[in-house]
Each structure stands twice: as C-alpha cells, then as structure tokens.
Design a binder for this molecule. Structure first.
Ligand SMILES: Cc1cc2nc3c(=O)[nH]c(=O)nc-3n(C[C@H](O)[C@H](O)[C@H](O)COP(=O)(O)O)c2cc1C
Length: 211
C-alpha cells in the first residue's frame, strides 16, 4: 500500500509538473503573439470631412469603424463652419452658389488641431456643391502641408460630381492620390448611403495599408 501511495503521489507530481510546463508554454506563445502586436507599427489615419445634411458623415463614420484596429489609429474630424450654413433650401442654395462663383472665397472654419504630416493616410470627404468642392473644404485643405502624404477622397452628390475631386486635389499640393469614391447622396440627407459602393473602397485601403 505504501508503495502504491508513493507511486500515486509520484504520478500526481509528474502530471502537475507537465501541466505547469504546458501552461508555461501556452503563456509563452500568448506573449509572443502579444509582442507581435506591440512591435507592429501603429498606422495613423485621419478622416476629415464636411457634411451639411449627414450623407458624407455616414461614410466618414463607416470608414472609421472599419479601419480602426489594434494597430490602426483612426481620428475623425469634422470641418465646421464658423458661421453655420442655413438649413437646406433656397437660402443655402443661393449662398453656396455665391461661394462657388467666387474663386477666392474661403469661409472660416472652427479651428481643427491637426497636422496632416503626422498621419500615414488622410481620407477627405465632402458633398458636392454646385458641381464643385464646397469652398470651406478648400479653406481647411489649403492650410495644411500635404507633401508626400497619401490622400483619398470620398464625395457624395445627387448625380453631378463635376470638378469636386480635382478641386480638392489642387488644394492638396504635393500629395499622392489613389482610388477615390463618389457615392449618391439624397438631398437633403435621408440616412441612406450605398454601402455596397463604400465597402470595397474601404477594403482596398485596408489591404494597401496592411502590406
Ligand atoms: C447647395 C447645394 C448644392 C448642391 N450641388 C450639387 C451638385 O452640383 N451636384 C450634385 O450632384 N449634387 C449637388 N447637391 C447635392 C449634395 O451634393 C448631396 O445631397 C450630398 O450627398 C449632400 O451631402 P451631405 O449630406 O453630407 O451634406 C447639392 C446640395 C446642396 C445643398
């Protein structure tokens, strides 16, 4: 009996040692994985957008939601006019038309404390106003230094995108451009956006930046 007791105790001890060893090994593997995450460089993306009736905002928020990851910091900034634009309707249409026709018009926006140079990728979104990029978006873009930065645009419109994207490209001097999207947006916004068009664009951005 005494022999059996010793044997049983010995067996138990061996099993205990094995499980400790196994747990240690699993922990080691876990920490290797965690370390891999810690060591990977964090990508920084800025999503900056203007949106009056909410369509463009929906895409901006979707992009943030999809791109944000352990190693992907995504900051969202909205361009807000210092003097609020009128509700949708004739007053807004007329004011926007006046701004569109004045080449040098650059409406003031509430200060945004960002430097695009500190980001790896910048996504810029806007509605189309009178076949152009709203002047307030140019106000923001022209205040930044886009040299050598990766920039992608997303715009929403009611069927006539006009020169909106090329207006913004001109304002982002020195940047590198890739695939942009233009998406239909009801005027005024009704909370509906064609995410089937947005999803592949976000996926492409994700793939490009995970390489
Ligand atoms: C003042 C104004 C001008 C617009 N001009 C155009 C235009 O030239 N072409 C177009 O396709 N849509 C035009 N639209 C429609 C908007 O671009 C479209 O509804 C957009 O999705 C609105 O985006 P938001 O909800 O983010 O403000 C205009 C809308 C407004 C308010």
């Amino acid at each position: 009996m005494a022999f059996l007791k010793t044997e049983k105790g010995g067996l138990m001890n061996m099993l205990k040692k094995l499980s400790t060893l196994f747990a240690g090994f699993a922990l080691m593997l876990g920490s290797v994985d965690a370390k891999k995450y810690e060591d990977a460089e964090t990508k920084k993306t800025l999503i900056v957008y203007f949106s009056h009736t909410g369509n463009t905002k929906l895409i901006a928020e979707k992009a943030q939601e999809e791109l944000a990851d352990v190693n992907w910091q995504v900051d969202l900034q909205r361009i807000e006019p210092q003097k609020a634009y009128p509700e949708y309707g004739d007053k807004l249409r007329n004011l926007a038309l006046k701004e569109a026709n004045e080449d040098n018009c650059r409406p003031e926006f509430n200060s945004i404390n960002v430097d695009v140079q500190s980001y790896d990728l910048i996504l810029v979104g806007t509605p189309v106003w009178w076949y152009k990029a709203p002047k307030i978006v140019l106000s923001f873009l022209e205040k930044q230094d886009f040299s050598a930065k990766e920039v992608r645009f997303f715009i929403t419109h009611g069927g006539g995108p006009g020169t909106c994207i090329s207006d913004m490209k001109t304002a982002c001097e020195g940047a590198n451009f890739g695939k942009n999207i233009d998406v239909y947006g009801n005027y005024p916004g009704n909370g509906e956006i064609d995410y089937e068009k947005v999803a592949p664009w976000i996926k492409k951005i994700k793939n490009e930046n995970n390489q």
